[in-house]
Write a protein that binds this ligand. Structure first.
Ligand SMILES: Nc1ncnc2c1ncn2[C@@H]1O[C@H](COP(=O)(O)OP(=O)(O)OP(=O)(O)O)[C@@H](O)[C@H]1O
Ligand SMILES: [Mg+2]
Length: 560
């Protein structure tokens, strides 16, 4: 028998345990918010204080109560997740009444059920865990003793249930916040990706703009006349310039034909800057320098991914030249495939980027140039006839330099004063008059470019700022002389004719002056005198009967 004193002691001891339990729970519940086994941890804490015969937490799910955590008697018989219908046992009663239920002798309680497992429950206490007025779970403790629980236990367990209910609410809020955070993070990632893509698109646009910019730079230089002066007063060049200036303000397509180095590019630029398109792009494409597929994408551009390597969208030069002039240099080199596309562009005034679905309309004036005989290319089926007629609304034929020799002195003077390579202008004090004479007599197959290069070379070699005859390349001093009558202008001075003839004979005899003199029917002495007079020989050993023909190693040769 327990004395009153000892039962008071027991009650105090029990209250102390209950208080510690509540303390411990409130301290730990916060850290359990993220815990996977939230309910089991709670059960473990209660069990560590009470050491009950059985503790279970059942959550209310759609189909019934589901076992969430347990300790004690049922542990060997029920698995987690075990489902019990809402109508079953004391837990079912608590769900229906939303009230705690204490039974200190289950043998007389019809609400009790042992769930058909071999347990020895005598007392049971079940409290609801409520959230917003709804039972969401039930905390159940059982004892194998009759009269095991009292009012204090009910209050303690209800306090536990209340704390657990608050923790469940916090847990939900916490998980909602986490889900929201995740969604937010995903949204931020999506936006970041979108921004990155937008940034890439901007970079693409920038690249396109840079291209345009390049074209504009071409335009700026096209406005600047420096280095673009067309030197010459010969009737041939004057009438060409007059014609060019007349057609410059029109939109007519112009084909410039002429040998290499005759100034086709110079005239093309003049057509642009003397026309209404000054201030608009001037875009040059060298059709001979690019392989077919590259030329197509340069001219018409391409859409992103239209072929391997088309990593970005690209604007074509036809587009870049919109409003201005497109100069198709070396058009004779263009493949038949691109010729067809160019023809369509010239006919329709619009084109498609490679891989593009949308036609692009532009206003471009087309000028083309070639040193090939395009009529012949057409006859031999290497150039489309229809394109040829589209391109040559007007044809400008550049005269070769040999047909306007009178311009040579002015050109020499111009090139002496204007260096192609820039740098400080070199003061040339004197030019040997024979240099001009020799240059004028030369037939210049490379035309003005060859003359320009020759002058650059002479400037470099100039000793004491004087251009000397001996610095003139040997092939110019002793040029190839052809025998066709047409190669000698009818007004060629007799002396020049003789000079050329002697040079030809020398070349034919591989520089052997004895043989040359014999073939010309003159003495060696006379031949020497003439060569000296024409400035083709320095002081020679009179015993040497061979004229040294090559003035520099690997230099050009004279051929008959
Ligand atoms: N009348 C001229 N006055 C001054 N310089 C000239 C003249 N004609 C041509 N040039 C110069 O000669 C060089 C060659 O001219 P350009 O490049 O226009 O020739 P082209 O006919 O286009 O030659 P190619 O067929 O080889 O491309 C250039 O440096 C150019 O400035
Ligand atoms: Mg050219």
């Amino acid at each position: 028998m327990l004395t009153e004193g000892s039962s008071q002691q027991n009650a105090q001891k029990k209250r102390a345990i209950q208080l510690r339990l509540l303390n411990e729970l409130s301290a730990k519940l916060q850290s359990l918010l993220e815990s996977e086994d939230f309910y089991q941890q709670i059960v473990n804490i209660i069990q560590s204080r009470f050491n009950c015969y059985s503790i279970n937490i059942w959550s209310v799910e759609q189909l019934g109560f589901t076992l969430q955590a347990q300790a004690g008697a049922y542990r060997n018989h029920l698995k987690m997740g075990h489902l019990v219908p809402f109508s079953e046992g004391i837990t079912g009663f608590v769900l229906r009444t939303k009230q705690s239920y204490l039974c200190n002798d289950v043998s007389n309680d019809r609400n009790f059920t042992n769930l058909s497992v071999p347990v020895d429950t005598k007392s049971e206490l079940c409290v609801p865990i409520m959230k917003d007025g709804v039972v969401v779970a039930a905390l159940n403790i059982e004892s194998d003793q009759i009269d095991a629980f009292d009012e204090d236990d009910v209050i303690t367990l209800e306090a536990v249930a209340f704390q657990v209910a608050v923790a469940i609410t916090n847990r939900r809020l916490y998980s909602d916040a986490r889900t929201f955070n995740k969604k937010l993070q995903l949204a931020v990632e999506e936006k970041t990706l979108e921004l990155r893509r937008a940034h890439e698109r901007i970079l693409d646009q920038q690249r396109l703009l840079q291209k345009e910019n390049k074209a504009l730079k071409t335009l700026v230089s096209s406005q600047d006349n420096k280095g673009m002066e067309i030197v010459g007063k010969s009737p041939a060049i004057l009438s060409l310039i007059a014609m060019a200036d007349k057609i410059a303000p029109t939109t007519a397509t112009v084909l410039i034909q002429g040998e290499s180095g005759t100034g086709k590019e110079l005239i093309a630029r003049r057509l642009h800057y003397k026309g209404d398109r000054l201030g608009k792009p001037y875009v040059t494409v060298n059709c001979g320098a690019l392989q077919e597929s590259l030329l197509e994408s340069e001219l018409f551009g391409h859409e992103k991914g239209s072929f391997t390597g088309a990593v970005n969208q690209k604007m074509g030069l036809c587009e870049t030249a919109d409003g201005g002039t497109l100069f198709l240099d070396e058009i004779g080199e263009m493949s038949l495939g691109i010729q067809a596309k160019l023809l369509r562009f010239l006919q329709e005034g619009e084109f498609y980027r490679i891989g593009g679905k949308r036609p692009i309309k532009v206003d471009v004036r087309v000028i083309s140039a070639t040193n090939r005989d395009l009529e012949r290319e057409v006859r031999e089926n290497r150039f489309r006839e229809d394109l040829f007629y589209r391109l040559n609304t007007i044809t400008l034929r550049m005269p070769p330099l040999r047909k306007r020799k009178e311009d040579i002195p002015a050109l020499v003077d111009y090139f002496l004063k204007n260096s192609r390579f820039g740098g400080a202008a070199q003061q040339i004090r004197r030019v040997d008059p024979r240099v001009i004479e020799v240059l004028t007599n030369y037939h210049f197959p490379g035309n003005i470019r060859e003359l320009q290069n020759t002058i650059e070379r002479l400037k470099i070699l100039a000793d004491n700022n004087e251009i000397r005859l001996e610095d003139v390349p040997f092939n110019i001093r002793m040029p190839k002389v052809k025998s066709e009558a047409g190669d000698f202008p009818i007004d060629m001075p007799l002396e020049d004719l003789e000079k050329n003839h002697i040079l030809r004979a020398l070349a034919y005899n591989h520089g052997n002056k004895t043989k040359t003199a014999q073939s010309l029917g003159i003495t060696i002495k006379t031949l020497y005198n003439k060569l000296h007079r024409y400035g083709f020989l320095q002081a020679q050993n009179p015993n040497d009967s061979t004229v040294e023909l090559s003035e520099q190693k690997g230099g050009p040769e004279i051929s008959a």
